[in-house]
Design a protein around this ligand. Structure first.
Ligand SMILES: Nc1ncnc2c1ncn2[C@@H]1O[C@H](COP(=O)(O)OP(=O)(O)OP(=O)(O)O)[C@@H](O)[C@H]1O
Ligand SMILES: [Mg+2]
Length: 142
């Protein structure tokens, strides 16, 4: 980020197709690397963002030609990423917490995002689309 600026915003509009997740992974790796995140944090951010994009593609796609939006907010001490789709949305209360002792396939994406990022907020509702905002803080240099 330009050192004189306190924040910069980058926004990408993406078709609801799984093949674009790799493009997002490359993009966020490049942004996070430039901001000074270490390799471990970059991997965590890539996994979390992939899960959010997969959800937008798998569950959030309503009209086929309506893209979803990924927004990156670059600040001195943190990276905030928002993934917004305009699909059918869902009731957060209706999704059970995953039972980690009884591992089954599926139902882990949001749990993974919450465990990898420092702060996660989800806005969703019936027919209102879904927006997930996740924040990763830069570690203080020791
Ligand atoms: N963008 C979205 N639009 C609509 N519903 C969503 C969206 N994201 C998540 N959901 C709902 O929340 C549920 C839980 O999402 P989560 O990512 O945790 O699991 P999953 O996508 O079902 O499985 P996995 O991510 O492990 O492959 C989904 O099954 C879906 O019902
Ligand atoms: Mg998922």
């Amino acid at each position: 980020m330009n050192k004189e600026l306190t924040q910069e915003m980058i926004e990408i509009s993406i078709p609801h197709r799984a093949e674009y997740v790799s493009l997002i992974r490359l993009t966020v790796a490049s942004i996070a690397n430039r901001m000074g995140f270490d390799i471990e944090d970059i991997e965590d951010i890539k996994v979390a963002l992939s899960e959010a994009c997969s959800n937008a593609i798998m569950h959030g796609g309503c009209p086929k030609d309506d893209n979803f939006i990924v927004q990156f907010l670059l600040e001195k001490a943190s990276l905030t990423i928002s993934v917004s789709d305009f699909g059918k949305g869902y009731q957060k209360e209706s999704i059970p917490e995953p039972n980690t002792e009884e591992l089954r396939e599926g139902g882990l994406g949001i749990f993974i995002i919450k465990s990898l990022m420092d702060d996660v907020h989800i806005d969703s509702g019936n027919n209102q689309g879904t927006s997930i905002r996740m924040i990763k803080n830069l570690r203080e240099e020791s």
